[in-house]
Design a binder for this molecule. Sequence first.
Ligand SMILES: Cc1ncc(COP(=O)(O)O)c(C=O)c1O
Length: 468
Amino acid sequence: MNEVDVRAAGYRAVDMIVDRSLLLPGLPVGAVCTPAELDSMIPGELPEKPGSIDAALDIVQRLVSTSVMHHDHPRFLSFVPGPGDLVGALADLLASGCNVFGGSWMGGSAAVHMEQTCVGWLRQLLGMPAGTGGVFTPGGSHSTLAAFAAARDRYPVADRHRLTAYWSDQAHGCMAKALSVLGFRPDQVRVVPSDAEHRIDMRRLTTMVRADIRRDQLPFLVAGTAGTTSTGSVDPLPELAKLARRHDMWFHIDGAYGAPAAMTSRGRRLLAGMDECDSLVVNPHKWLFQPYECSVVLMRDAELLKQSFSQETRPYLAATTRQANREINPYDYGVDLTRRFRALKLWMSLTVHGAQSFRSAIDHGLDMAEYAAEIVAEYPEFELITPPSLAVVTFGHRSKLSDLHDFASSQLADEGTAVVAPLTIDGRPAFRLCTINPRTTREDIRLTISRLAAHVRAYHTTESRISA
Ligand SMILES: Cc1ncc(COP(=O)(O)O)c(C=O)c1O
């Protein structure tokens, strides 16, 4: 390919991205294809000879418009949406296009410096204490792994079989996965029941910790969640901090989705105590609107990461390790050696939009969850199951029929209106809306709930026809 073709293809690719973004609100919310359907769209034969880039772009265009779920669609309200910002997307294009190495100071000093600048900005935006450091990772699961390794490595190897960790039954599965990867046995984790508000039950947690101490176990880690995935609940962070201090435990907070709420005055009240943790995970690829993959682990003492991950004895890295004070090698602070320039997207997004726009966008997400609760109240057949917490609200049909919830949400997705995956809360079928996308409007919320209600009515009609 010559330079002219690359440019033309590049302009076409950018046009595809911008056009898609403009058209997205009017498009179906996405689709899930079968492997057989995809077989016919993605040629399986290994290409030996050069092909046309336009033909390749045609395939990509077709696939991304017809054959995936659009996690950035304003009515994709399931899981935690990924409302990626276009400035962040351009930054990713540049990071790849210039193939900047973000693993070492020697390999990419500006990238490393910018990453540390962004860590400082996040510290400031989230209200974390002076001295907080950290690194970018691909996702919340990686960030959690890094934090848990640092927490474990405070103990000599001989004691590690006695370490026990605590989190609630609402915690994200990435925590158990991280400890498993780090070699912990399942019985070293205590899953603490949550209370009626889906917050960790402090009384039961305290009892468990005391019982473990009596049994000569070593409680070493307590993890709270600042915005659980299912209901958006926030664990009692100040009480967790107190318990952690009393027993010299590491206090971790999973703020993968919820932590950015601390940038708003409403959110900061809800997340009081977040600044007391030893480690905090936040995913800019969620409520800071960055393209996947973008997560950060913030640490009260980031040098502990270095103690866990540094391999300064490797001779082939010797040339990269001669640095002064702030000239860090991020590969010393996590699992990855080769790292892309992951911070560029957050840096460009914040630089172009400004922090105030981010605060307004996060406030909008909080407003939309409140608004959804108001709309639910207009439908006598629905009731709130959990009130809006951060940007999550859940509700259910009064029949409590799980087939009905499955039917309505799959019909809603099949017709392309919205994605509202059903889930179970306290044994009860529910619909859950996560409203962090700044492009989600009141009309989107109203339409989604009204179509759900229509599908519920259709379910009853179908059921009565079948039983007649
Ligand atoms: C609360 C919470 N923690 C952790 C994670 C895991 O993050 P990631 O998917 O980036 O690994 C998620 C993912 O959705 C989450 O919602």
